[in-house]
Each structure stands twice: as C-alpha cells, then as structure tokens.
Design a protein around this ligand. Structure first.
Ligand code: GRF
Length: 199
C-alpha cells in the first residue's frame, strides 16, 4: 500500500510506520511526507525526494495552502493518507478529495477530548483511563468514525508529560495495526461506520 503522511513535528508515528515496514510487519511504502513546517524534524526521517513542505503564511488563504497540499499529496498517488501529528485543521476541500482513505491518530479516547491538550484535560477531569484513537477524517475536527483505540491507565502521580509519554508508546503499535488492516484491503469507511470485511 502507498502511504502518504502529514505531520508537523517530531515524527515518532512516522518512524513507527517506517520501522514496521523495514522489519516486514507492514506491506507498504511511504510515498511522501508532507508538512506545514519546513523545519520539522519529521521531514528528516525520509529521503529528500519524499519531502514536501510549505509555510502556510506564504499563501493568500487557508484554501490556497490546502489546495497546494492536496495537489502535492495526490501527485504521489497514495492509497492512504495518514495525519500523524499534523497540527493544522484540514479544510473541507482537502478532506473531500481524500475522504475514505484519510486517517488521523489522536491522543485521546474519542469522542472524549477532541482538540488540543488532551492529556492535561484528562488529568484535570480525574480520568482513570486515557489513550489514543485512529479514526477516519471528516470535515468536523476529530469526529470521524473511530477505527481502533489503545487504552492506558492514568497514574495518581501523572503529570501531562508522563501521561503523554505513556499514550505515545501505545500510539505507535495502534497506528501500525490499523495500517496493516488498510494495507490488506480490510478497512472501508461508510458514513459513520466502518467495515472490516469478514475474512
Ligand atoms: C501524537 O501524540 C499524535 O497523537 C498527536 O501529535 C503527536 C505526534 O507525535 N496528534 P509525533 O510527531 O508522531 O511524534
């Protein structure tokens, strides 16, 4: 399967995908890494030919940036487009172009804690469990059909950083497991439900 990745930061989720591919655990290839941050460390994890980045501030509008991003993503003919720490909201134009093969990994047990600062919010609420979700992307933020989740305990002495570290550690195998389903052709979005076909 041809996988394009959108990311804005460190890229540990991308690295988990690359590692799974290199040990033969995921029959896929990374066909492009796309970032809104030209200096993002995530870009350094792949060869220069696979990198695309642009500073959104150099575009006349959000839509113009999204259109340029969509054209660049489409050019690498991805089977799946994975948002892994992509910190811009994708507009309807981008989502509609890739809907059904556009995934996101989010550090919370959706529908709880969409948006930012999920670990601090879970701690503030006294949650006993937290975790990560991989879901289909739809125009509404962090609201598409959830494909799979990984749960971690919240410890009494956790701060946001400790909890984030524990969640990140389960994000990586969660994302790889979902992409294995996708690569096997066993994942399809139908509105608000997903189909993992029987075999
Ligand atoms: C992850 O926690 C992901 O869930 C969130 O941003 C973080 C990205 O981390 N959306 P990395 O760049 O993949 O290391």
């Amino acid at each position: 399967a041809r996988i394009a990745v959108l990311a804005s930061g460190r890229g540990s989720n991308l690295q988990a995908i690359l590692d799974a591919i290199s040990v033969g655990e995921l029959p896929a290839e990374i066909v492009g890494v796309f970032s809104d941050k030209p200096a993002a460390a995530v870009l350094q994890r792949v060869a220069p030919a696979l990198r695309w980045s642009a500073d959104a501030r150099t575009f006349p509008s959000r839509e113009a940036f999204d259109a340029a991003l969509a054209d660049a993503v489409a050019a690498c003919r991805p089977d799946w487009v994975v948002c892994a720490g992509y910190m811009r909201i994708l507009g309807d134009g981008f989502v509609s172009r890739f809907r059904g093969r556009l995934l996101n990994i989010h550090p919370s047990l959706l529908p709880r804690y969409p948006g930012l600062r999920t670990h601090a919010r879970a701690l503030a609420d006294g949650q006993r469990e937290h975790g990560a979700s991989v879901h289909f992307v739809i125009p509404e933020l962090d609201a598409g059909a959830v494909i799979a989740q990984a749960v971690v305990p919240v410890r009494a002495d956790d701060d946001a950083e400790a909890l984030a570290t524990r969640v990140l550690a389960v994000e990586h195998p969660l994302l790889v497991a979902v992409l294995r389903l996708a690569a096997a052709g066993r994942l399809a979005e139908h509105g608000t439900t997903i189909t993992l076909d029987g075999h």
